[in-house]
Design a protein around this ligand. Structure first.
Ligand code: G6P
Length: 609
């Protein structure tokens, strides 16, 4: 989704802004722009539709662009992607430039009033009202004070950064519900919606909280809340620039698929006690007693995080004996969920910034419910706003369609199952068994990844189909949905995921020889049921690709393609079974000439509703 980067310091701003915008490309966007203040003191703005490379062409060779600037990648909400709608947006007199993530919900009302007072708008965006509102404030006030006066007039969410030609060494920024993080390096300062934008310059960061306003100048940063200056602690990020580069892989998606053995190792590191069959989750220590007494867990998330939660529900019910619901955060937030005593809400989110998931957390907190986070991005809003939590340690995920982060969430659910299970009825023998199987997963994933060439061949065969049906049962039912999601996200092929038991209640009507079905049929407790479903599909002449257990010869005839995965316990099958389907989706996208890293219309972190 939209990205922000800003710089003040002793270096030419434009190259730093462009580099930052490129690092934000992965978030998904449709146009980009920059504002800067050359030594003449007038604001320069350049914008372009399409990739950052288009913007780069426009500003190639530009010199003396000054030492301060802001940049933006836009993901259209109000107004189509065109240059006039790209950020930065200016006031009537071209003194002020604003970049904004989020949505100003009352913009139409504000715009009507501003127009009535003589302001002339140049875009269809909601953002532009901010520039005009700032214009109305007295220029004798510092820019941060002017922003503080404008903020209460804005209803909605924002992370925004502002330049004013009349204070040419300063950026002012503010957030409400949309992330902003500061980067600090000697006398250079950065602001961004995601630290990836400046990670090649510094790992020292400071996260802004809602309603904080920050003023950045080469002399330092000042943070204010309610007009009062405050101090905040600088944190050092653990990841570095290597982690956000492709390192020889053609795409981030493929690189991240291949990182998954290591991701499992990282999720488990320091958290398992093989002797006692226990999981140590430091982030839950403070709420251990409340968790022991918990009666019901409500998992909330969106997209792949929701599917990871759905798998977590199966695990927790089966092994920890706790009642679990898993809900789409976007629905949860507008229902009136009933919270009994002992209910806990667990928000699952890679980015920790998804607007709906965050709103679900707020709703639960408002009702006095204990909230937990299962988050990848350290220091993100959900990580900070929940009472306790588990980091998934997948490292930065750049591919828009989640792969390694999803797998890390499923592994984290296995740890949570151990943790809660051992607090309740799970024996140490069972605990040790789960730990052994978890520890064996990285090697098993490596075996699956070594079949990449065969999967690529299968992908070429199916690249031109128009539809796919994915089916699975029990632990593989949510995996059917996640695998179908991967396919539609990156290949734009219509793909439906269904619990196999539901096939006869509708989807079977779709099947014919042009409608391939992908069936998860490992040799587990529902294997025989899956075999029957596969026979029913074959009877309708639909091509079938089966995912089954290594060594199983039962599909050597009668189906079209088979992918073998090493045996593991049922609760961990989702981890091994999703890997070949990530590869299949990836290779079909590549075969169709698409960019799997940045699928059309999608955003990495959906920070607006
Ligand atoms: C977007 C991404 C998905 C992701 C979902 C939830 O739709 O494209 O890959 O699963 O958001 O994101 P979160 O950061 O909350 O896990």
């Amino acid at each position: 989704m939209c990205g922000i980067v800003g710089y003040v310091g002793n270096k030419e701003a434009l190259p730093i802004l462009l580099e930052g915008l490129k690092r934000l490309e992965y978030r998904g966007y449709d146009s980009a722009g920059v504002a800067f203040i050359p030594s003449g003191g007038k604001i320069g703005v350049e914008r372009a539709v399409g990739k950052v490379a288009e913007l780069e062409k426009k500003i190639a060779g530009m010199q003396d662009s000054g030492f301060v600037g802001i940049g933006h990648t836009r993901w259209a909400t109000h107004g189509i992607p065109k240059e006039e709608n790209a950020h930065p947006h200016r006031d009537c007199k071209n003194n002020i430039a604003v970049v904004h993530n989020g949505i100003i919900e009352n913009y139409q009302e504000l715009k009507n009033a501003l127009c009535a007072r003589g302001h002339v708008f140049r875009s269809e965006t909601d953002t532009e009202v901010i520039a005009h509102l700032l214009e109305e404030e007295s220029a004798s006030l510092p820019l941060e004070d002017r922003l503080a006066r404008v903020a209460p007039k804005l209803i909605g969410t924002y992370g925004l950064a502002v330049l004013d030609a009349r204070s040419p060494e300063k950026i002012v920024a503010m957030r409400l519900g949309s992330p902003l993080v500061l980067g600090l390096k000697d006398d250079e300062y950065f602001i961004a919606s995601d630290p990836a934008a400046f990670i090649s310059h510094t790992r020292d960061v400071l996260y802004l909280d809602d309603r904080e306003i920050v003023a950045l100048t080469p002399q330092g940063i000042q943070i204010f809340e309610g007009g009062v200056q405050k101090k905040k602690e600088v944190q050092t990020l653990e990841w570095d620039v290597m982690k956000i580069e492709k390192q020889g892989f053609p795409h981030f998606m493929l690189k991240e698929i291949h990182e998954q053995p290591k991701v499992i190792e990282d999720v488990l590191r320091g958290r398992i006690d093989s002797k006692e069959g226990l999981a140590h989750l430091g982030g839950l220590r403070d709420v251990e007693k409340k968790l022991r007494e918990a009666k019901r867990l409500i998992i909330v998330g969106c997209g792949s995080a929701f599917y990871a939660g759905s798998i977590g529900k199966y695990m927790l019910e089966e092994y920890a004996g706790i009642a679990v619901d898993c809900e789409l955060a976007s629905e949860f937030r507008y229902r009136n969920p009933v919270f009994n005593e002992g209910t806990i809400v667990l928000a699952v989110s890679q980015s920790g910034e998804t607007a709906d998931t965050l709103a679900a957390v707020h709703e639960a907190k408002h009702k006095g419910i204990l909230t937990l986070g299962m988050v990848n991005v350290v220091g993100s809003t959900i990580a900070r706003e929940t009472d306790a939590g588990i980091y998934t340690h997948a490292g930065p995920e750049i591919g828009v369609a989640s792969t390694k982060a999803f797998v890390s969430q499923v592994a984290a659910f296995a740890l949570l199952t151990l943790f809660l299970g051992r607090q309740r009825n799970m024996t140490s023998v069972m605990g040790r068994h789960i730990i052994d199987e978890l520890a064996a997963l990285p090697e098993k994933i490596r075996i699956i990844l070594s079949q990449q060439k065969d999967i690529e061949k299968i992908a070429r065969k199916y690249a031109d189909v128009k539809n796919f049906l994915y089916i699975g049962r029990k632990y593989n039912a949510p995996i059917a949905l996640e695998a179908a999601l991967k396919m539609k996200e990156v290949s734009y092929i219509h793909a439906e995921g269904y619990p196999a038991g539901e096939m006869k209640h509708g989807p079977i009507a779709l099947l014919d020889s042009s409608f391939p079905v992908i069936a998860f049929a490992p040799q587990d407790s529902v294997y025989e049921k899956m075999k029957s479903a596969i026979a029913e599909i074959k009877a309708r002449q639909a091509p079938v690709l089966v995912i089954t257990t290594e060594g199983n010869t039962e599909f050597s005839q009668g189906v079209d393609d088979v992918i073998f995965v090493p045996k593991t316990i049922e609760m961990l099958e989702p981890i091994s079974n999703i890997i070949p389907l990530q590869l299949l989706a990836y290779f079909i996208a590549v075969a169709k000439g698409l960019d799997p890293d940045q699928p059309r219309n999608l955003a990495k972190a959906v920070t607006v509703e």
